[in-house]
Design a protein around this ligand. Structure first.
Ligand SMILES: [Zn+2]
Length: 469
């Protein structure tokens, strides 16, 4: 990734993302560019808080460690999360998920945990301050993404909780204080308990990969262990080198839905093996900015900004329905690749059908990956990019590759406005896809058809063409 893309996760100061009236400052534009590039490439970015905010997060982690440590016994059966997805916006207090090897304490303003077993429970400290810090940060980041997508400011305000909550409202967003794999919990693995689908997380058959249903999630951990899949399909450890004031941000499924698939949700997993000998396990704070129930996710803002919206995103979906539905990973991450292989477009996206179709296709002789990549890139240019450009009355005039490799790192370059306007992926030179190096073609496709290149990329790596022009 010499000329295009970030060598590692992008780092952005939260204070630089806070919008102000008038013309956007250079630091704002630069931060937005880093954030969006990191999200496009890694589905995650590092957010830097101020010193005092960092101190608050660290004290939250200290308090989390203490909280879980004092719960020395394995939770009784009623603390095992039953995972009724109808309860997605009602979890509160302590629960455990043996399959994820994780314990949680959910803080949900407006809802008081019900004490069970007469247990005198003291909640982890500082929750309301941390909630308000991370909630504000998540909203600022969401606005930054909106700016990048060229949406009007605060386009998601309709689906977000009131600030502050009004009389008797319950927060949809939630702060979870979590602990993976602490020792006494580990001993409980012999209990053959089964947990079902968690309200906010989707389990996959191997219980390894998860996607949040949030718009935006923020995570601050005390030990490394969070892996997110990047756009090459590789697992990247994202919290391996976090400073004391830093946290991870990644997008969830609700944002994917609300942006008509333009922002891919992070697929993540937690590495637990390395923690087996720790008494305290791995503690982390996870804030999920959730859309509120009784609203719906629609792509009207995306359409208004001139983005092409696929059939499957055309009809608004109620948030309750969205949260209770399962979202099989294949449909999200391979959605476009199914279309790319020229199968008849299917609206229902039934998994069985698509996997059968894929099998059929593999019998016919496939094109070499690089050629297929070029064809798909050209089709996407023709179908999507030109569509966006036309709707905005923009004439596409491409740069030459050599020049543009410098343009993409400069703030004021001949192509910067047009790239911003049409949502050209950060770090990808503004040239005809035919002329893009393969890596940049993949970046281009990932931006306009998220998930479309995953299979191809693997093929290319297998045949050793991945990193060559
Ligand atoms: Zn250029």
């Amino acid at each position: 990734m010499a000329n295009n893309g970030l060598p590692a996760l992008g780092r952005v100061k939260l204070s630089d993302l806070i919008p102000s009236e008038g013309i956007p400052s250079d630091s704002y534009k630069l931060s937005i560019s880093t954030l969006s590039q990191s999200l496009a490439q890694y589905s995650a970015a590092i957010i830097q808080f101020s010193a005092s905010e960092g101190a608050l997060l660290r004290s939250g982690l200290d308090s989390a460690r203490l909280y879980f440590h004092q719960r020395s016994l394995y939770p009784s059966a009623d603390m095992i999360h039953t995972g009724d997805s109808r309860e997605w916006c009602k979890t509160t207090g302590y629960y455990a998920d043996p399959q994820l090897w994780q314990e949680n304490y959910d803080y949900r303003p407006g809802l008081t945990p019900i004490e069970s077993n007469n247990a005198i429970e003291c909640a982890p400290g500082g929750l309301s301050d941390i909630f308000s810090l991370l909630g504000k940060a998540a909203r600022d980041i969401l606005d930054a993404i909106s700016f990048y997508l060229n949406l009007r400011s605060s386009p998601f305000i309709e689906v977000l909780d009131n600030v502050p909550l009004r009389n008797r409202e319950i927060s949809s967003s939630v702060l979870s204080v979590c602990c993976n794999a602490r020792q006494s919990f580990e001993g409980a693995q012999s209990h053959n308990l089964t947990a079902q689908e968690d309200g906010q997380l989707i389990m996959y058959p191997d219980h390894e990969h998860q996607v949040d249903k949030s718009l935006i999630s923020l995570v601050k951990s005390d030990k490394a262990g969070l892996h997110v899949r990047d756009f090459h399909g590789r697992w990247v450890l994202v919290d391996g080198d976090l400073g004391p004031q830093e946290a991870i941000v990644y997008p969830g499924l609700a944002l994917y839905q609300a942006t008509a698939g333009y922002v891919s949700p992070a697929l993540y997993r937690t590495e637990i093996n390395n923690m087996q000998c720790s008494i305290y396990g791995r503690c982390f704070l996870a804030f999920k900015l959730m859309p509120k129930s009784m609203t719906s996710l629609s792509c009207s803002e995306m359409r208004a900004a001139g983005h092409g919206v696929d059939a499957q995103f055309q009809i608004p979906i109620t948030v309750d329905d969205f949260m209770q539905r399962s979202h099989p990973i294949d449909q999200i991450f391979n959605r476009h690749s199914i279309q790319n292989f020229n199968f008849p477009a299917s609206q229902d996206g039934c998994m069985k059908t698509s996997s059968r179709r894929r099998k059929n296709n593999s019998r016919s002789k496939p094109l070499p990956p690089s050629k297929r990549l070029r064809l798909v890139a050209q089709r996407v240019l023709k179908e999507r990019v030109q569509d966006i450009a036309e709707k905005k009355g923009i004439k596409l005039r491409f740069c030459n590759l050599k020049d543009c490799e410098k343009h993409i790192h400069a703030l004021d370059s001949p192509c910067s406005n047009i790239r911003m306007e049409i949502g050209w992926p950060p770090g990808v030179p503004f040239v005809h896809p035919h002329d893009l190096p393969n890596k940049a073609k993949i970046g281009f496709l990932e931006a306009y058809e998220p998930g479309s290149t995953h299979d191809m990329e693997l093929n290319m790596m297998e045949s050793g063409q991945g990193s060559q022009h």
